[in-house]
Design a protein around this ligand. Structure first.
Ligand SMILES: [Zn+2]
Length: 554
């Protein structure tokens, strides 16, 4: 997704934009040269930094009246919270939670059987909108976790992402937690960002254990000023609202606070069976496919299943809904009233990108893809099966954002990568999918123009010799120009080195190797070298690993 552009850069970009030409291309698409901000539209919003004037409540302030959480910054245990969970049974059993066929396109239904050790989540969540303009999510979840490491685990972790305070306008609390049926006192750390759950018995490799947790979260207004979780325009945007099991990376739980302003979460593909209760007069957009819905009085309930997905996003708000089918996928556009007339354009852009990337990279196996109007969610933010577009307006600059975020369905959602440590794997790739889109809808003659723009973007870097393969925290203001701008140019350099036939064979091979899994920079190079039967060390060292001056090729 994003980082925040300095205002000065925004002004420079606006000047640069004014000098750029504009080309009308066909009946559906007005191609406008992407501006240096817009090319990586989730990298550079023209938004001020997140509003720090209205800090969200700390986790020690209860978000509903019938419970109290106590937690100290040093990670002392939270008090048991009662009264958080919706009444009644969870909507599924854990045994049913991988019944994912309905969430997959028929030809990919067998993917539901491929991951018997993937985590299973059953989540029941109720959303209420409060008189003060905030919203409350109250829920309960059950998780079946299988130890996929080659060593025994003596602890598990749950991430409470609404407690990340720079991009999440809200907070979250854990209620009662049981592990293997026994109550556990969670040990909160990092101001409630993570909760350690000690295990009474080590969990052996290959063994599974069931957890249950009650939780609540609140969300505050202000998303329009730049955030990924919160409220804006009467809508709740609540990605990763539930306690989420993090990844284990090189033997360590990845629970650290994300630095640098990039994407925040990493998690393994899992199966989600979940139920949402929300006000009946609003529209729900959520990862997965609705398999049941009902209305009762002022509330509505939707029950959903997902295929193997690495996270969930939930949106509830006053949206219009429009749909089309593209490449066998139902694409849904959820737009606010001011933008409802743009639904045809949004669906054409998203649908064309789905068709483009299915052809050039690999299949989109999920039955649906939701594109959600989220003013202020930076340029846009990607979640599995659902993307936020932060810049939909009548000026047309949301096209790059839309196709970039849809591109993340392949690079981040399907082909996972570490969004904190190797963000180029999804951001450079998603930026390059913008070129693939324009190449398809306009023609090959547009490619030099799009590359021009990436070179222009790179020119904003203080140090354009930096490699693209660094972690988010290390770049400072050079993050977006290097990872998005230079990153897209690396894909171009690789394509020139390999030739089109081998390059696109590589993209397919890369997809096949890592779909639903996690790629690495080294794995990316390895698949490329296997595809071309060539040595790519010099190219990768120059662009990805070590850096150095790069020059434009005509
Ligand atoms: Zn992105």
């Amino acid at each position: 997704m994003k980082s925040i552009a300095p205002r000065a850069l925004a002004a420079v970009a606006a000047l640069a934009l004014a000098a750029l030409a504009c080309t009308t291309v066909n009946d559906f698409f007005d191609f406008e040269l992407p501006d240096p901000e817009g090319l990586a539209t989730d990298a550079f919003g023209t938004f001020p930094p997140p509003n720090t004037g209205t800090p969200p409540a700390p986790p020690t302030s209860a978000s509903s009246t019938d419970e109290v959480a106590t937690e100290a910054p040093d990670g002392t245990p939270a008090a048991t919270i009662t009264g958080l969970a919706p009444a009644g049974d969870l909507p599924f059993t854990l045994d049913q939670a991988d019944d994912a066929q309905a969430a997959l396109r028929p030809e990919f239904a067998a993917d539901a059987e491929r991951f018997p050790a993937a985590s299973r989540y059953v989540i029941d969540v109720a959303v209420t909108f409060n008189e003060d303009g905030s919203a409350t999510l109250t829920g309960r979840e059950a998780i079946r976790y299988t130890n996929q490491q080659d060593f025994a685990l003596d602890e598990l972790y749950l991430m409470l992402w609404p407690n990340e305070r720079s991009q999440y306008l809200g907070s979250a609390e854990l209620g009662q937690v049981t592990v293997g049926g026994q109550p556990v006192e969670p040990e909160l750390g990092d101001n409630g960002l993570h909760a350690r759950l000690p295990l009474a018995e080590p969990l052996a490799p290959g063994a599974s254990i069931d957890l249950e947790a009650a939780f609540s979260a609140d969300a505050q207004r202000g998303l329009e000023d730049g955030a990924r979780y919160g409220l804006s325009n009467g809508a709740l945007f609540a990605p990763t609202f539930y306690p989420l099991i993090p990844r284990i990376v090189e033997g360590e739980w990845q629970v650290e606070y994300p630095l640098g302003g990039g994407d925040t979460t990493n998690s393994d593909s899992a199966f989600y069976a979940w139920r949402i209760t929300a006000p009946a007069d609003l529209v729900i957009a959520a990862s997965g496919v609705v398999v049941d819905q009902a209305n009762a009085g002022d509330t509505q309930t939707q029950t959903l299943l997902t295929g193997p997905m690495r996270d969930l996003a939930l949106v509830v708000g006053p949206f219009t809904v429009d749909s089309r089918t593209a490449g066998g996928v139902q694409v849904n556009a959820y737009l606010l009233a001011d933008h409802a007339d743009l639904s045809g354009d949004v669906l054409n852009m998203a649908g064309t990108q789905v068709e483009t990337l299915q052809e050039l990279v690999g299949p989109y196996p999920f039955a649906e893809l939701d594109v959600v109007d989220a003013p202020g969610a930076f340029g846009g933010i990607e979640y599995p099966g659902l993307v936020f577009i932060g810049v939909i307006d009548h000026d047309g600059f949301y096209e790059e954002a839309t196709v970039h975020e849809v591109g993340h369905q392949w690079f981040y959602s399907l082909i996972g990568d570490d969004q904190l440590l190797q963000p180029w794997l999804d951001e450079a790739a998603a930026s390059y999918t913008e070129l693939l889109y324009y190449e398809r809808v306009v023609g090959p003659e547009v490619v030099p123009q799009v590359l021009d723009n990436s070179w222009g973007y790179l020119s904003y870097a203080d140090d354009p010799t930096l490699p693209v393969g660094g972690d988010v925290a290390g770049y400072g203001d050079d993050y977006a120009p290097i990872v998005y701008g230079k990153g897209a140019l690396f894909f171009d350099a690789l394509r020139r080195e390999l030739g089109d036939e081998t390059f696109f064979a590589f993209l397919h091979n890369y997809y096949d190797r890592y779909v639903y899994g996690f790629a690495t920079s080294e794995g990316f190079q390895q698949v490329a070298e296997e595809t071309c039967a060539c040595d790519l060390d010099p190219l990768f060292n120059l662009w990805v690993f070590e850096g150095g001056p790069v020059e434009r090729q005509e």
